[in-house]
Every structure is written in structure tokens, then in C-alpha cells.
Ligand binder design. Structure first.
Ligand SMILES: [Zn+2]
Length: 252
């Protein structure tokens, strides 16, 4: 089957997501595959940083993380959202799943990192099993996990970090992996502590947007609108997200 025939058989990008849901089963070993666009692959140190952050942030007691990296991928756009929303990356992953093309898909998450802009949302995109994010140049200059924690405000809430472009880029990367695992924005939270509004990965800087009116969380709480002038991010997934991931691992 050639790629066009495959696309016809699948029907649409949305159907790929349905296909992924139909085959879900419990997760003991969480398989995450990461690829780079050819332009993103020109930066040094990306694999080390991504490995460090992804393993720290997805290391839960209910699964073991198996993170692997694939070779550079030729794509027609560096836009971290459009490369997935317009079907190009999902098609490459889907083709790999039936042994066409160069991609050998990971079982649970297939993330493409591009060098797309990180100023105007959307900067990434996630759907079941498949995600992408821009900002390779920012990840390339991101400090180590422990050094980033040193730069954040001291809060009781864990892993609070400043809203810099490079830290935000990594948080969006974690956010899109969250989407690939079935989380959505309502699994996120914004926590207020000592006048600081702290946004967890699934809500991210949406919490700080001018049109953000406060939303209902999947876990019952209503997010307060942060009135504070000080804003921060957390690299730690909310309790609501962690519960949803635990349920996903157990295939509840
Ligand atoms: Zn999102």
C-alpha cells in the first residue's frame, strides 16, 4: 500500500486517533519515541536535555519510561503545531506503523521536535499517540533540570520554574506528550501561592492569557483566575493529571 492508499484507508487524521484508542491496553513500560526535524537535528545537546526532563517528569510509580530517539525526519514545515494538525507527522507515524517509510513508531507516544516559533500559540499539537512541538533552538540552551529549579521562586508547590522562553518550550513539550497520553487542558491547574500564579504543564500559559476566564477542572476544582503580577510555571503534573495517567496505565 503506498502512502496515498494508506491515507485513503485511514480516511482522516481524526480516524488515526480513533484507531489508537481502539488498541489501547494497560501500560507497564511507557514507550516514548522522539524524532527531530532536519533543522532541529542541527542543534547539539537536545537528546540529553529531552531525556533528562521527560524521564524526570513522567517517572511515576505505575510505569517505567522507555525513551528512544529516531533519526532526523524530513518535513515540509517547521511549524510545531501544523506539522501534526495538517496531518504530515501523523501520516509519517501511521505509514511507519504499517512498515512504510523510515519511522518505527513507539507504542505510546511519538513526538516530533521541530525548530518552529514559540511566540504565538499554537506552538505544538498533540493527539492520541502523536505529538509535535517547536522550539529546538530554545531547548538547546535550556539549563539542566536541577539548575532550572534553582532559578524558580521558592514555593511549596513542587518544581516551580520561571516563565522564560526556554523553560516554557520544555513545558509545552511535556504538555504535548500529555495530550498524546490522553490528557487535555482540564487536567491542568493553576495554583496560587504567596501571590504567585503557578501553571502546571497541561494548563501552561493558557492560564495567563487575557481571554482566560477560569475553567472547571476534570477533577472538580474551579481554577481561580490569577490576579497576581507574578507568574511561574511548574514542571510537575497536577494531581488531576497524575490520576488520569495512573488510570491510563491501568487501562481503566
Ligand atoms: Zn494543549
Amino acid at each position: 500500500m503506498n502512502r496515498r492508499a494508506f491515507l485513503g484507508a485511514i480516511g482522516s487524521v481524526a480516524s488515526l486517533g480513533t484507531l489508537a484508542y481502539a488498541t489501547r491496553d494497560p501500560i507497564e513500560t511507557l514507550e516514548i519515541g522522539v524524532w527531530f526535524s532536519e533543522q532541529a537535528a542541527t542543534y547539539d545537546g537536545l537528546k540529553r536535555r529531552i531525556r533528562e526532563y521527560v524521564i524526570r517528569c513522567f517517572d511515576f510509580e505505575f510505569w517505567t519510561v522507555d525513551l528512544s530517539f529516531g533519526g532526523p525526519v524530513a518535513v515540509g514545515t517547521e511549524d510545531g503545531a501544523r506539522v501534526t494538525s495538517r496531518g504530515e507527522w501523523p501520516l509519517q507515524v501511521g505509514s511507519g506503523a504499517i512498515s512504510l517509510g523510515d519511522i518505527d513508531p513507539a507504542r505510546h507516544v511519538n513526538l516530533l521536535v521541530t525548530d518552529g516559533q514559540m511566540r504565538v500559540a499554537p506552538t505544538g499539537y498533540g493527539m492520541p499517540r502523536i505529538a509535535s512541538v517547536g522550539g529546538a533552538r530554545h531547548i538547546a540552551v535550556l539549563e539542566s533540570f536541577d539548575d532550572v529549579l534553582e532559578t524558580g521562586p521558592e514555593t511549596a508547590f513542587p518544581w516551580t520554574v520561571p516563565v522564560t522562553t526556554r523553560v516554557r518550550t520544555m513545558q509545552v513539550l511535556l504538555h504535548e506528550i500529555g495530550h498524546a497520553l490522553g490528557l487535555d487542558h482540564e487536567h491542568g491547574a493553576v495554583v496560587r501561592e504567596d501571590g504567585i500564579g503557578i501553571a502546571t504543564p497541561m494548563l501552561s500559559t493558557y492560564a495567563f492569557g487575557s481571554d482566560y476566564a477560569g475553567e472547571q477542572s476534570h477533577c472538580g476544582s474551579v481554577y481561580p483566575v490569577p490576579e497576581s503580577s507574578q507568574r511561574a510555571l511548574s514542571l510537575s503534573f497536577s494531581a488531576c493529571s497524575r490520576r488520569a495517567l495512573a488510570a491510563r496505565a491501568a487501562d481503566d
